[in-house]
Design a protein around this ligand. Structure first.
Ligand code: ZN
Length: 116
């Protein structure tokens, strides 16, 4: 795929701050908190997961030291699942419209809402 083309948009059912379970890759089986989401690339960054080494150049203006920095790398959204706070399992996510018209995410296993 050419670089200027956008990746197909997934309906990302993951929100920042969610606790997610990693399904595949080096950190499969781990879980952690979502730090950020990239809707263009359909990736999420999960705390302490998929650690990559970044070789950074020092930039005194931004007070960045050079060297090798370890940081979290992006993981594709299809490789993570939200962990339900109620049943404690990782799950598919459903969407439900409430009586007041607002939409909420629900756990496909137990049916409880994932948004507080
Ligand atoms: Zn559940």
């Amino acid at each position: 795929m050419a670089l200027h083309q956008r990746a197909k948009r997934f309906t990302i059912s993951i929100r920042k701050g969610d606790n997610v379970h990693i399904l595949s890759g080096r950190d499969a089986g781990k879980s952690g908190r979502v730090l950020s989401i990239n809707p263009r690339k359909n990736t999420v960054v999960v705390e302490h997961a998929n650690i990559i080494k970044r070789h950074t150049r020092p930039n005194p203006n931004k007070n960045i030291k050079g060297g090798i920095v370890e940081k979290e790398g992006p993981i594709h959204v299809s490789n993570v699942q939200v962990v339900c706070g109620n049943c404690g399992k990782h799950t598919r996510v459903g969407h439900q419209t409430l009586s007041d018209g607002s939409r909420t995410r629900v756990c496909k296993r137990c049916g409880t809402t994932l948004d507080k």
